[in-house]
Design a binder for this molecule. Structure first.
Ligand SMILES: [Zn+2]
Length: 221
């Protein structure tokens, strides 16, 4: 029997994700069309993997005194929709029907405030590091499920929607492999990748959106 989309999603919650409910979210604007996926990376402290600190941050339970680095982010109230751990485990913090706080001041495809109409996916990692095969496997299963449920037209990194502030997920993320795993059209990505010539995987069209100075939304990372 064919599985329906409604079996995969209940009120914006993905069936195959572990729920780690965050209170850091709001309503999307009524006119929002959820057509963007934003990829990020995060680890707490940076470079420390498979702990509970990221979950604690997104659920407002992080002990700011537990590590010197945490002082630098003390008070941040942020979240994401999804988080993929190094072992591929998938957590969900906010319903995709709601507005998670992951993008901050941002602008992409002619629209600002990308939190309004995007779904955030955090990969456990740090800029400059590579990502695990298990993370790509989870990502390549999650994204099509999102695309079946929401009218996704674009996938971009945080570095592409806030280029003056953010560098994640960084050069360690394999955009070419990601594109191939989803058979995505280059026009859906932040730059065109030459699919048939691996030796020329050069961005030929870079999007350099202007920042929206009218927004003071915080984001991390
Ligand atoms: Zn980010």
């Amino acid at each position: 029997m064919r599985q329906s989309n409604t079996a995969l999603w209940v009120d914006g919650w993905y069936r195959f994700a572990l729920r780690r409910v965050s209170s850091n979210f709001g309503s999307r604007p009524l006119s929002a069309q959820i057509d963007l996926i934003v990829l990020h990376c995060i680890s707490l402290p940076p470079g420390h993997y498979m702990g509970c600190e990221v979950q604690q941050l997104f659920t407002n339970q992080l002990d700011w005194n537990a590590h010197p680095y945490f002082k630098s982010i003390q008070g941040l109230a942020v979240s994401t929709h999804f988080y993929i751990r190094r072992n591929g485990e998938l957590w969900q913090f906010v319903s995709c029907n709601d507005r998670a706080w992951h993008a901050g001041v941002s602008n992409y495809r002619g629209r600002s405030n990308c939190n309004d109409d995007s779904i955030g996916i955090e990969l456990e990692g740090q800029v400059g590091d590579t990502f695990e095969a298990s993370q790509y496997e989870t990502l390549s299963a999650l994204c099509p499920a999102i695309m079946q449920r929401y009218p996704i037209a674009h996938v971009a990194g945080h570095e592409h929607i806030a280029p003056d502030r953010k560098t994640d997920p960084g050069k360690g993320f394999e955009w070419h492999g990601f594109q191939n795993s989803l058979s995505m059209d280059s026009r859906s990505l932040p730059f065109r990748i030459v699919m048939d010539s691996p030796s020329h995987r050069q961005p030929v069209q870079t999007v350099s959106p202007a920042l929206d100075a009218s927004s003071n939304a915080l984001s991390f990372p």
